[in-house]
Design a protein around this ligand. Sequence first.
Ligand code: GBH
Length: 491
Amino acid sequence: MASHQSLTDKLPSDFLWGFATASFQIEGSTDVDGRGKSIWDDFSKLPGKTLDGRDGDVATDSYNRWKEDLDLLTQYGVKSYRFSIAWSRIIPLGGRNDPVNEAGIQFYSNLIDALLERGIVPFVTLYHWDLPQALYERYGGWLSREIIDDYVNYAKICFERFGDRVKYWCVLTHNEPWCISILGHGRGVFAPGRSSDRTRSPEGDSSTEPWIVGHNLILAHAYACKLYREEFKAKQGGTIGITLNGDMALPYDDSPENITAAQHALDVAIGWFADPIYLGDYPAFLKEMLGDRLPRFTPEELAVVTGSSEFYGMNTYTTNLCKAGGDDEFQGKVEYTFTRPDGTQLGTQAHCAWLQDYPEGFRQLLNYLYKRYSKPIYVTENGFAVKDEHNMPVEQALADHDRVQYFKGNTAVILAAVKEDGVDIRSYFAWSLLDNFEWADGYITRFGLTYVDYETQKRYPKDSAKFYVQWFKEHTEVEEAPQPAEVPQQP
Ligand code: GBH
């Protein structure tokens, strides 16, 4: 892509900027048109699993209001839209021998057609956590290797049924395997809610299950990618990869043990998945920390896993300062803090405890990932939850100053990383198009750049949306109009 060499202070015209969402967080309509249950349906209804006790049955009602949502995207003038497909709408029971649901196919088919008509590039996630409940009941979902074939079959149906009309699309297999493994099968805060902590879960083993789940996620991803390349890529011209969560980890101070701690934090948060996929093996630290509890790939599997993502899909939100110590394996036996040794805070605090605004860390992480994995980077999520926005009057929530600051800082980083650091960045998606069902936080934590009034389901652009859209209008090159064919001169 020669345009990435551009010497102006703008991003190339084919830079994919836009907004991201996920099926379970926006769709609602969980029991219509043949959709099967997902593991989040019942989990979100169990007492104490969401902060406000609310579930995903309605969410932002986007299954009904999808045209209105696309109008919003058109109004914003985006280049691309990242959304996810609900597996249980396509195959209600999930498995390779289970029936396919045409109504579910139709829904996403219409969505994709409408995006293309509007000139918006579809950026599709196949799996953003809403596993068909039946597969969990059948064999424990991601805990079993059975899921690999079922997942590849599901992916195949998506490629066949959605990729045919698309000249160019981006496919992500999984969203954030760390969260699926650790939060779903270690800490037990996300569905299916498994954990060794018996106050949380009647079953589960946090010392083994997350690592098994992670292993099966990698294999399912890799075999889906192999299939896409062998049977679909040439025809469909798409690009396929995985998206990982992972925040920057910086040493708390310059002591050697804290410098090592920051690397260990990155090894578990990112390297666990990225090292096998891009470099061909689990990180040495992970093998050492887990011993036999970390499953190993056979040589044949490793050949499929290695190189199974054409880009680095990056979801990132914040930066953590790392101190050696503690026994939390899910963080690499590292403690996180936002408080510097001198007592100051790293950045502005968001509504959720785990998030502060620190653009310098985002820039460092982009450079770290580009250097280590040598792949073009697609930033697939980045966003901020404003403190107490939930309890504010609407007008006040629309004036979302801290979110504007967050995007000011991070869009400037994108430009600097591309132009000054030479990082090959191809996309940037703000999380999220709308306030939505924020998993264990219910509807209390709002990540939208568009406000949603949950009584009326009306959408209102926040100041951050206005800033964000304007920024990309000013900082992307205008697409050159196709040159008219030369008309031969009349004699
Ligand atoms: C994204 O994950 C998700 O992809 C998206 O669906 C979600 O709406 C968005 O974040 C906003 O939350 O304190 O142990 O519970 C971001 C990665 C990793 C961030 C886990 C929160 C909490 C760890 N997430 N982290 S814990």
